[in-house]
Design a protein around this ligand. Structure first.
Ligand code: NAP
Ligand code: ZN
Length: 363
């Protein structure tokens, strides 16, 4: 099975090409963004231009922070209802787009903060449009939204078919303003998604062309985009790889690699993609005996060996270790074991496996 119910418009002038599809979504849009990226990237200006040409009114909720919190989703949903908006447009990285998805569901179903993970309460949604300004999460093509409960210090995602965007508008020029470090962390997130698609016990050969191609594009273009952020081909191909990663995880979710990353982010404020990258080699080694045929086929398609791949990965300038407390290890392990993504691992992962991986990245 391969399911992707999203109309994806990509390439130069994607915003203009999407005009007729935006026109049918309603008379008033709620634009959801972070503080700066929607403006910095140029996406907000292009969007406002198209909306005013179409006669679509809009209002903006621009308070979304990295790792969006439940309370902001509720505030956004109340604002959406007050303003009587017909649809939601998330502009930015994964954080504003995930918040836009949750705001749509919370507003349509009148949810409280405590109900945001109760997917059986999701009966309808306002149409969702995604305009990414990072190349990493692939959220424009997934049914997931990842939210943080700051009181519980808990980061977790939900998945529901109503959270798939109706429309995704992908123009790589919106990623030109990304600094090298965010380019790196977000590309490592996309790489995690593509690898986890291969590891997941929901894997299917229908995903392999996306996985092989996406990983190949990241290996080729990430170093280019980090040096030359306005390199058109590199930015376009990273955006394509990120989309492929989203399409892949939409089929079967992520695995332990993401489950370990979430508490590292909520406790130590480690960027999402970086948290995945820190454990990438260890996860590959843990899974390898259970997916060796799949990994061999991947490396054959990429025309490199596993050792060469790991050399490439380890040469990238990302933080490899973190100070981790004993207390964190004790509280994080049961949280990780209970997370939704653990059902997708290619083997039965134990608390001992998780402890060993955390000890490996400990400073
Ligand atoms: P992000 O948290 O959306 O943004 C990270 C930083 O990049 C923010 O400071 C943001 O600024 C800035 N930024 C974004 N675009 C920019 C641009 N074009 N130029 C300059 N700065 C820019 O990062 P992300 O990695 O894309 O998203 C991560 C979130 O997505 C995590 O919460 C993760 O768990 C989630 N995620 C979701 C899925 C899914 O399928 N739903 C999959 C993977 C990950 P502003 O604050 O101004 O926006
Ligand atoms: Zn991710």
């Amino acid at each position: 099975m391969f399911y992707c119910p999203v109309r994806i418009i990509s390439g130069d002038n994607a915003m203009q090409k999407a005009e007729s599809h935006l026109a049918v979504l309603g008379k008033k849009a709620l634009i959801v963004s972070g503080r700066n990226s929607a403006k910095l990237s140029g996406a907000l200006e292009d969007l406002n231009h198209i909306l005013s040409r179409l006669g679509i009114a809009s209002c903006i909720f621009d308070k979304v922070t990295e790792n969006p919190v439940l309370q902001d989703v509720i505030e956004g949903s109340e604002f959406m209802r007050e303003q009587a908006c017909d649809f939601v447009i998330g502009v930015g990285g994964g954080s504003p787009i995930d918040a836009a998805k949750a705001i749509s569901l919370a507003a349509a179903n009148r949810l409280q903060a405590s109900e945001l993970y109760l997917t059986d309460k999701f009966l309808k949604a306002f149409p969702i449009v995604a305009i990414p300004t990072t190349s990493g999460t692939g959220t424009e093509a997934t049914q997931y939204s990842v939210l943080t409960d700051p009181l519980e210090k808990k980061k977790a995602g939900f998945g529901h078919p109503l959270a798939f965007p109706k429309l995704a508008i992908l123009d790589a020029k919106y990623t030109y303003s990304l600094p090298a470090e965010i380019t790196l962390h977000t590309a490592l997130d996309a790489l995690s998604h593509l690898l986890e698609g291969l590891y997941s016990n929901q894997r299917s050969p229908l995903m392999y062309p996306c996985i092989y191609s996406g990983i190949g594009l990241i290996i080729k273009q990430l170093p280019v985009a980090m040096i030359d952020g306005r390199n058109k081909e590199a930015r376009a191909e990273l955006m394509q790889a990120s989309l492929y990663g989203g399409m892949v995880i939409a089929q079967g979710s992520t695995t332990l690699q993401h489950s370990i990353g979430y508490p590292l982010t909520s406790e130590y404020n480690i960027a999402h993609g970086l948290a995945n990258a820190m454990v990438m080699e260890e996860i590959m080694n843990l899974y390898q005996p259970h997916v060796h045929k799949e990994l061999d086929a991947l490396f054959a398609a990429l025309q490199i060996g596993k050792e060469q791949f790991l050399e490439w990965l380890n040469a990238l300038p990302y933080q490899k270790n973190v100070h981790i407390s004993d207390e964190f290890i004790t509280t994080a392990i049961p949280q990780i074991m209970a997370s939704r993504n653990m059902a997708l691992n290619p083997l039965q992962v134990s608390a001992v496996d998780i402890r060993r991986i955390l000890e490996k990245i400990r400073m």
